[in-house]
Write a protein that binds this ligand. Sequence first.
Ligand code: HEM
Length: 397
Amino acid sequence: MTTFAELYATYGVATPHELFDKLREDRPLEQVSLPNGVPLWLVTRYADCRQALGDARLSNRIGTRIVAQSELPAEIRASMGTHMLRVDGNDHTRLRRLVSSVFTARRIEKLRPMIEVMTSDLMDAMAAAAEPDLIHHLAFPLPMQVICELLGVPLADRERFRNWSNAYLAGVGTPNFPVQVVTEFVHYLRELVADKRQHPDDKLLSAMISARDNDDRLSETELTSMCFLLIIAGYETTVNLIGNGGQLLTTNPDLAARLRQDPEAIPAATEEFLRYESPVPGASFRVATETLELAGRTINEGELVLISLLSANRDGDVFDDPHELRIDRNPNPQMAFGYGMHYCLGAPLARLEAQIAFRQLLERFPKIERVDPEAELNWRPGIVMRGLTEFPVRLNQ
Ligand code: HEM
């Protein structure tokens, strides 16, 4: 079974984009093994990814497959893995419906003034920093503040969240799954729920607790798991959108100048950043519930599938000059938020946060530049996120 490292070596390529170019051309459905030895099918063409995401025979209920080697206690595993992204059918509908009204485009738009103030405060802090860094001063804290505010989670705990979720995401699919970290995170969430039961507020977490306690619409495990999902999906992803987009704006001053002239074009540019450097490179793992055909090959019942959104979004069959960053690409059917019934619940929120962040960044720092333009970009470890660990800038105010 081929590992990702072997694939890079076979093709003599250095970046995931180069690798996916080869695979789409050569082996659009490839068997690969994760660093922890778990085998899966990798889907790389746009059309096949879309078909796979819409196929009910590819289930999200993968059980313990990916972390099978770890010693994660069953109750901890359940507390992180019974959320809407890990179930299908009626359970999925029930769990998604519980929170979906909070994330509609109309409800999210009401958060605009709050997010604008948060962003502006962060810009002030970045301007005052001795060593301003786009990730540290903007991309990380903004989504974290927003999701903590929405859920009603104490902001004081955000550094702990960051450490937990970074360690968790870096460990997925590796032999060193961070059992200790995940256990601590789940215990923290249980304490948080207990505390909110005592001191309810008008935020989302209290509303979920009331759905649990009053109408019995979700189990205690599902409640913890929903928090786990919303905190991780709600901020880690958007960190990468703001970070990747901010990096692209800083290193393409002509594009930045065009957007300063015409801020109305920022939403279309955001779609292009989502396509060009997709923050979530793959959909969550799927398992075949029966034998099926995809991309001219057979996937057997029980086999795992990884659908590459990063690859789909650079597919030349769908996007002209796919490796060119075109901020006015139209149409732009990017698939960075997935497709089908698990389509990202938080897409309106992620878009709003990113558009506000890009607009203020452009207005506030017309001469922003990278501290070391020649240095290699430091991408985050692991296969779950596509984003930078740091991006030091000079603001030249
Ligand atoms: C740029 C930012 C974001 C990206 C790129 C992104 C990407 C995705 C993708 C690709 C999926 C589908 C995964 C699959 O089918 O396996 C997804 C699902 C989901 N996302 Fe996001 N996401 C982002 C921001 C957010 C935010 C801000 C939230 C807020 C709470 C959020 C909450 C969710 C939830 C709850 C699901 C599961 C939906 C379901 O299973 O029905 N996401 N996201």
